[in-house]
Design a protein around this ligand. Structure first.
Ligand SMILES: C[S@@+](CC[C@H](N)C(=O)[O-])C[C@H]1O[C@@H](n2cnc3c(N)ncnc32)[C@H](O)[C@@H]1O
Length: 117
């Protein structure tokens, strides 16, 4: 999200239930903080309908619970999920990234309307 703000002038909403994770994200955003709102809340209670892109790094169980909300995104919206797929949904694209931590990370990209496998 920080890269999207810096490179493309996007505005972002960062959600996590964990206080420490949010503090870490705020520090990472630094001067770009003006373009990102951080909220400590459950993504399962967040209205996502205005989003053009939803970037997520959750776990499979939460991804599964989130599907009904993601299904309400506007047509053509993208969902980019880090390491965990949306169970039962067909990705538009998958890719692997080698990150600076030396680990390979899998990325699943979906586009709405979601399509079941
Ligand atoms: C695999 S970690 C990813 C960490 C972090 N989001 C990142 O991008 O590096 C999963 C994260 O999901 C958060 N999480 C779990 N359930 C959540 C929920 N219902 N709503 C928002 N965040 C949640 C956890 O607090 C944890 O930070």
């Amino acid at each position: 999200m920080i890269t999207a703000v810096r490179r493309y002038g996007a505005r972002g909403l960062g959600i996590d239930v964990g206080r420490e994770r949010l503090e870490w994200a705020r520090r990472r955003a630094g001067p770009d903080l003006d373009h990102i709102v951080f909220r400590r809340q459950s993504v399962l209670r967040t209205d996502l309908r205005q989003a053009d892109v939803v970037l997520m790094y959750l776990v499979a169980r939460i991804n599964f619970k989130l599907i009904p909300r993601l299904a309400k995104l506007k047509r053509g919206a993208r969902i980019v999920s880090h390491n965990f797929e949306l169970p039962g949904m067909a990705p538009d694209k998958t890719t692997r990234l080698m990150c600076s931590d030396g680990h390979s990370h899998q990325i699943f990209v979906y586009r709405t309307p979601l399509v079941s496998v």
